[in-house]
Structures are given as C-alpha cells and as structure tokens.
Design a binder for this molecule. Structure first.
Ligand code: SF4
Length: 155
C-alpha cells in the first residue's frame, strides 16, 4: 500500500516554480509556522490517500509535452513516508523532468535519514515561513530567510 497522504494536485501550475508544472501538495507538517498559508495541510491524518491509481495518473500527467517540471510542496515533503522517495525515483526514471521541492528544514539541518531524496531533486527551497520576514516581492518563496539550492551547484 502507498502511505503518502496529499492535500491537492495542481495540474497546470504557474505559481510554484518556473514554467508550467504539475504540483503535488503533500499532507502533514509539524513545523506549524506562524502565518502559514496552508494550515489545512498540517494534519498528517488529513487530506486524501495517495493510491497506485492516483500515482499512475500523476506520472502520465507529468509526461505531457506542455509540462516543464514538477513541484513538491506541503505540508512538509521531508516528513513523509519513504513512499515519497519512491515516487520521486519513479518520476526521475519515467518522466525525466526537473523536480523542485520546498521544505521547512534549513538546508544544512535536513535529517540524514531524509538526505537520500536530494539525489533526485533538482532544486530545493528551504526554511520555515517567518511571518516577520514575509515579502510579496519574492518569487516562489514566502519569506526572505528562504533560499534556493540547485543540484550540481549547491549540493
Ligand atoms: S513548513 Fe510550510 S507547510 Fe509547514 S507550517 Fe511552515 S509554511 Fe506551513
């Protein structure tokens, strides 16, 4: 059984990364940042169950020629079951498009047990949302403490 839970999928997303993307919002986050834009996604028992059928459809969607890349957001992707790692590996093998991931962990504090997923992610935006550092001018970030790390350049 696939144990990921998810809040929503956006099928043609231009708000979370460059280009046209498929975005997966996973369910569950224990950072509970003040002012979080997505508090409905905190509960690890909320959202919907990710099934094999949903995953197969998701993969097919990501393969569409008009889709440039894939975004994985939350909730907190790095507090998910290892099935998220399996999904990312499958995306790399079958879709072969860039994958971006947003995490509330600071890059240097990503738990060792979760670091393997970095091998398959092309771009990571790190850091919790800090309301006092909120800046509407930032692109694809909520607060100015968050940074973008690119595979092959930063890690
Ligand atoms: S890490 Fe993201 S999803 Fe989690 S509480 Fe903070 S802003 Fe919300």
């Amino acid at each position: 059984m696939i144990a990921i839970r998810y809040a929503k999928i956006r099928y043609m997303d231009i708000s979370n990364g460059h280009g046209i993307r498929v975005s997966l919002f996973v369910q569950g986050c224990n950072f509970k940042c003040k002012g979080c834009f997505n508090q409905d996604s905190w509960d690890f028992n909320g959202g919907k169950v990710w099934t094999k059928e949903i995953e197969d459809n998701f993969i097919e969607l990501c393969k569409k020629s008009y889709i440039d890349a894939i975004s994985i957001l939350g909730g907190e992707p790095l507090q998910q079951d290892e099935d998220l790692l399996k999904l990312v590996i499958r995306l790399k093998k079958e879709v072969k498009k860039p994958i971006s991931l947003w995490t509330g962990y600071n890059f240097e504090n990503i738990p060792n047990s979760k670091k393997v997923i970095l091998n398959f992610i092309d771009e990571i935006t790190d850091g919790q949302f800090i309301e006092e550092l909120k800046d509407f001018n930032l692109k694809f970030k909520g607060s100015s403490n968050q940074h973008v790390y690119k595979k092959g350049i930063d890690y």
